[in-house]
Design a protein around this ligand. Structure first.
Ligand code: GLU
Ligand code: ZN
Length: 281
């Protein structure tokens, strides 16, 4: 794994907590032991939810934990042109369409009597396909992936390699799984012009990431990312999905969980080594 490049990609929507420390330190340790490079990326496409002070706190907390990274840091808000260009390519390939559905429209369509129980995919209920053939204009609409059309363009099965301890091995993603359990996911939200999935795939490629380190909660999204990489002709990295840090009640930590914010431990005089020990690193 010599020469690997991995990254930590937080969103500046709140203080970093112990779960983020675990993720950042795991990526850092993998880069160190692999003789590779650790990158930081600021995932700030959801501008209304992002704050400059949270971004600054990310830098402060990570430096305090002992991490360093090459500057300048890549910020997704600077990459909107690349996202738009990829959306145009996907549209030209005929694998996307404009969707004007509101959340309520989707809920109503899914509760129609002929629909069975809604399947919950990586982004919530699998979209019922209402707008797939409607020919809406892209202007002011969300853009969805036409999953069946996308799969029809592939000449070989989708596979990816997982190096993390939870799901170790080679995974094959079946077309059935993508159609039934993932469906026509959003490539570009109407309000922000891109999506987590599209941006993360384009950014990992642009940054030369060879190992995607992130939490196990994003494992299900990997099938989408592998598909987008194949459609866009991007190099495929390996993945390392790590366990999630939970609170005493076994719940996942959330950004609002200020009690476990790194800054709080720091203010209380806890050392970075104690943080590492506390989260089992
Ligand atoms: N920005 C995402 C998060 O904070 C992580 C994205 C990724 O690592 O792929 O959950
Ligand atoms: Zn729609």
């Amino acid at each position: 794994m010599a020469g690997l490049t991995t990254r930590f990609a937080p969103s500046p929507t709140g203080p970093l907590h112990l779960g983020h420390a675990y993720s950042a330190l795991t990526a850092w340790d993998l880069a160190r032991t692999g003789g590779g490079q650790f990158l930081l990326r600021i995932e700030d496409i959801d501008q209304p939810r992002c704050r400059a002070e949270h971004e600054q706190a990310i830098y402060d907390d990570l430096r305090w934990l002992g991490l360093t990274w090459p500057e300048p840091v890549l910020r997704q808000s600077d990459r909107m042109e690349s996202y738009a260009a990829a959306l145009e390519r996907l549209a030209a390939m005929g694998v996307s369409y404009a969707c004007t559905c509101t959340r309520a429209d989707i809920r109503a369509a899914l509760s129609a009597p002929q629909e069975g129980a809604a399947v919950i995919g990586p982004d919530g209920p699998v979209y019922p396909g209402t707008c797939r053939e409607a020919g809406h204009l892209a202007e002011g609409a969300a853009i969805r992936l036409n999953m069946k059309a996308a799969l029809a363009r592939l000449d070989a099965p989708l596979r990816f390699a997982e190096t993390g301890p939870l799901f170790t091995g080679e995974h094959v993603v079946s077309a059935d799984h993508l159609i039934t359990n993932v469906g026509d996911i959003v490539l570009a939200r109407r309000d922000i012009g891109t999506s987590y999935h599209l941006s993360v795939v384009l950014d990992d490629a642009a940054q030369g990431v060879t190992l995607v380190t992130r939490g196990a909660d994003l494992f299900e999204a990997t099938a989408i990312h592998v598909l987008l990489q194949r459609l866009l002709g991007l190099p495929q990295p390996e993945w390392h999905h790590h366990r999630l840090i939970r609170d005493e009640e076994g719940r996942r930590l959330a950004k609002r969980d200020d009690a476990r914010a790194i800054a709080r431990f720091r203010a209380d005089g806890v050392s970075p080594a104690e943080i590492r020990a506390h989260i089992g690193l």
